[in-house]
Design a binder for this molecule. Sequence first.
Ligand SMILES: Cc1ncc(COP(=O)(O)O)c(C=O)c1O
Length: 406
Amino acid sequence: MRLTTERRQAMSKPYGELKVGPRILLGPGPSDVDPKVLRALSAPTVGHLDPDFITIMNDTVELLRYVFQTENQLTLPMSGTGSAGMETVLVNLIEPGDRVLICVAGLFGQRMADIAGRCGAVVETVQVPWGRIIDAGEVRKALAKGSYKLVAIVQAETSTGILQPLDEVIDLAHKNGALIVVDAVTSIGGVELRVDKWGIDACYGGTQKCLSCPPGLAPVTFNGAARKAVASRKSKVQSWYLDLNMVQNYWGQERFYHHTAPVNMIYALREALRLVYEEGLEKRYARHRRHAGALYAGVTAMGLELAAQEGHRLPSLTTVAVPSGIDEARVRRDLLNGFGVEIGGGLGELKGKAWRVGLMGYSSSRRNVVLFLSALESVLKAQGFQAPTGAGAAAAEVFLAANPEG
Ligand SMILES: Cc1ncc(COP(=O)(O)O)c(C=O)c1O
């Protein structure tokens, strides 16, 4: 009791109501959340077995099938962020001693390899320099060494700005008898993703990128082959919380309690998915491509360089090389303090060498492209980098005029 009182006295600061300044989120995620999604988030909390909530859960799963482009029965949002989706897929599919091949082209490929190792897998990797795609020839060579339980690859590598081609790798994995796992955290809802058509066995995403929902849920989907692999495990899934055998009993007909669902986050996801459905996936993919194209035109006109391999740039996340002599952290700070604009710095091999600019979901707009380019010009000028005045925004506008909305 005494301790509590002392602690309270030490906390002499008056705690005002929570206030969060307005921001324009153009980093690697989270992206700006549509006000409609924020409204859904603040709807009254109901019980996680309430009949109305069950309807909301069913809608959410149906809409998730739409964004994944799948008929997979086992499709649901896991509680937790994108990494929980990654971990769900890997802990459910991998048993100790399984041989797995992980494609590593950046931080998130590395994370998959780390998790697979923690599951007790014998992990082999295909590695490429950051900013390049994984070459299918390298995957073929690696798979020639034997048979694998699964091959895992990141479709949209947020640490490098690469959009990984998947078709050949999927084909190679299946010829080997392996399952193919795809990380779609930065592609789902913004970049073409067709789980059934492409033959992806297990896939996961996150809510806070192209779906423009707050971080907190990780949609996952498993096809028949992946479900069979889970059902025929000899050992228990290492993680109780992420064990799909139990989680799906809550999301399925049984509605068995497993853990208390994050009710309001599911409201938010349902609304975010409804907005994707309303816009239509094809239109949404085109919007992301169009604004990314305008951004490329703008930064290039300013005399800056793009860091990701040409022809394989990710529409939702662009890496811009930091010119020599420029303090990259100061640019980010000045953008945030002067303009309320958040962008990301480089990670791993790109630390200090690149900025990461996200145009995801609600954030992917003409307003944000033009605003960002103008703000960037201003903060770079403060460090002596002379971009031709107005060139970035003007080039972006020219691109948009030449590429009207479909
Ligand atoms: C490609 C990719 N995979 C996985 C993750 C992990 O997601 P989270 O940070 O939501 O746990 C991220 C996050 O940025 C990501 O970009």
